[in-house]
Design a protein around this ligand. Structure first.
Ligand code: PDD
Length: 276
């Protein structure tokens, strides 16, 4: 496929990432995953704003202006003739011999590629089961950095137990899943963890809260506990790749009736309309 490498569209064979890239040594970089529906980048501006925030907070300077970068991503999608899939974009602090301080001379290294990925229709319909796990991550989970080892371990923990994902918690307070946010429905109201430093501020999470508002479904951003999760009427996860996926069991206990509930379905229908 065609890659975006620094400022240019190139075949993958012509992308040469150095073994001295700090992304490789230190996970010293940031990333975004965009969804492409019908050949168009979904919620592109929101992803670009989050990228700018991640970059600023880890002190990496974006190699090009956000408008120009977005334009290049549109060209990348077109060059790969992508209709349904994702765009992965990462920017590292650059290449330098391995030493912790920021390198003086290094320039950021930007790389992006596309992936064909059909919509997760089976999971969206039937739901997934999840297992709970301690959230062992650092205290800046709002930054989309390359340091995903805890997320990788968490996902494998779930798969090893026959579950689709984990739900992470800090001392019983539910935060999020390995690559998605989580919401519960109690008495017709949506509850989800506040967008602070303990979770990624998901673009899909924001879309769902906006849709809930339009549908006049009450939503509360407040911490909730594992026991509230277990007793919820409905549970679903939100993410660029997960969309709105119902959760039908937590730690082996069935949620609601073991199928997706009415609030989840309403939001799923509104989401379908938003991607057209
Ligand atoms: N993950 N929480 C975490 C830890 C995530 O990694 C993600 C996204 C989300 C959902 O955010 P959004 O709705 O903006 O996709 C929540 C991406 C898809 C990934 O790492 O592959």
């Amino acid at each position: 496929g065609v890659y975006l490498y620094q400022n240019r569209l190139l075949p993958q064979e012509e992308v040469h990432i150095s073994p001295e890239d700090r992304g490789y040594y230190f996970g010293d970089g940031i990333y975004e995953v965009f969804r492409v529906y019908n050949g168009r980048l979904y919620e592109a501006d929101a992803h670009m704003r989050r990228l700018q925030k991640s970059a600023a907070d880890v002190r990496i300077e974006l190699p090009s202006e956000p408008e120009q970068l977005l334009h290049q991503l549109v060209e990348l999608v077109a060059a790969n003739r992508l209709t349904e899939g994702t765009v992965y974009l990462q920017i590292t602090r650059g290449e330098a011999s391995r030493s912790h301080p920021f390198p003086k001379a290094a320039a950021p290294v930007l790389m992006a590629f596309t992936n064909v990925l059909p919509r997760p229709l089976a999971a969206v319909q039937s739901g997934i089961s999840i297992v709970s796990m301690d959230d062992i991550r650092w205290l800046r989970c709002d930054l989309k950095t390359l340091n995903l080892l805890p997320n990788v371990l968490a996902k494998q923990h779930a798969l090893d137990r026959g579950a689709g994902d984990v739900v992470m918690h800090r001392g019983g307070t539910v935060t999020e899943c390995s690559a998605s946010n989580i919401m519960i429905v109690m008495g017709g109201r949506i509850v989800t963890h506040p967008a602070n430093n303990l979770i990624l501020h998901g673009i899909t999470r924001a879309v769902v809260l906006r849709l809930a508002n339009e549908l006049e479904i009450a939503a509360e951003e407040r911490p909730f506990t594992l026991s509230e999760l277990m007793e919820a009427d409905e549970v679903f996860i939100t993410g660029t790749t997960a969309e709105i996926t119902p959760v039908i069991a937590v730690d082996g206990a069935t949620i609601g009736g073991g199928t997706s509930g009415p609030v989840t379905r309403k939001l799923q229908q509104a989401f379908e309309r938003s991607i057209e």
